[in-house]
Write a new protein. Structure first.
Length: 294
């Protein structure tokens, strides 16, 4: 698949917008009585069921991987699949969408530092300026309740949020590293399959067989599997072929704005002046990153 540099940025922004729906969709699903483990496990099962036949029919060569890379895929799937999603949805269940998002968005700094060593990326002036600017914007966007003293955040929420940040950093770095050898379809497919196996074992297969949800809950779980799951992962991995991992992670800082905007419309979570200011700062940082010279 041939993608231009600008096309890669569009794909990455699309992926971020799709991922931004996950917090609201998961909140609505948990309001329907679905637990964090059930939500994560069934969403991955559905994503695998939908995605595997598509790859088998239209991109059969993406089904095979080198046996020597199986341990790498297992570790990648555990951290960037199972741990990331369980931790992120767990953080949402323990606090608000906004707080869970900002805890997760400590990961760009992790990606930037690690990418210096793994991908030999240069720490240019634009990154030095854009990284703190966009991160500070995220703090303002998603951390407004903390700054105003309206919400207390427990240690469990903080721990889960930081675990999700490690998972997100692993996804960006590990996904880009795997795509040096494999297609995006291969990486996503094995991420889905291996994560599904891990989650099914953790959730207890017997209990999963006897779950009983409302029709609305099933619809929400399916939407979670397709939008931020299949479409989001594919768009981002294709984009990562053409964008540096650290740059991609900084550009993804628009996700808090999108997530809070969706939560505002659907869940009636308010938007404050501080959050609007943070959105402006984040956009400035992204423009600086995109237009500045390396």
């Amino acid at each position: 698949m041939t993608v231009t540099k600008n096309g890669a940025y569009v794909l990455l922004i699309l992926a971020v917008c799709l991922w931004a729906t996950s917090a609201t969709i998961s909140t609505l699903a948990m309001d329907e009585g679905v637990s964090v483990v059930e939500l994560t496990t069934i969403a991955f099962i559905l994503a695998t069921i939908v995605f595997f036949p598509l790859v088998a029919i239209f991109d059969r060569k993406s089904l095979s991987i080198d046996r020597r890379d199986i341990p790498t895929f297992i570790v990648f799937s555990f951290i960037a699949g199972a741990m990331l999603n369980l931790a992120f949805f767990g953080a949402i269940s323990e606090t608000t969408v906004a707080i869970a998002i900002i805890l997760n968005f400590t990961y760009p700094s992790i990606v930037t530092i690690v990418s210096l060593f793994i991908f030999k990326e240069k720490l240019s002036t634009q990154k030095l300026l854009a990284l703190p600017l966009t991160f500070f914007g995220c703090v303002l966007v998603a951390g407004s309740p903390l700054l105003e003293g309206d919400i207390s955040v427990g240690w469990l929420a903080v721990g889960l949020g930081l675990l999700s940040a490690i998972g997100s950093a692993t996804y960006y770095i590990g996904g880009k590293k795997l795509e040096e050898k494999y297609s995006a379809n291969t990486v996503v497919l094995y991420l889905f399959m291996l994560t599904t196996i891990m989650l099914v074992i953790a959730a207890n297969p017997v209990s999963l067989v006897h779950v009983s949800f409302t029709t609305n809950a099933w619809f929400l779980i399916f939407m979670l599997a397709v939008l931020p799951g299949i479409l989001g992962f594919l768009a981002s991995l294709v984009a990562l072929r053409h964008i540096e991992a650290s740059k991609a992670s900084i550009i993804s800082s628009i996700e808090p704005m999108m997530a809070i905007g969706i939560a505002f419309v659907v869940l009636s979570e308010g938007v404050t002046a501080i959050q609007l200011g943070g959105a402006t700062v984040t956009v400035i940082g992204i423009i600086l990153l995109r237009l500045g010279k390396s």
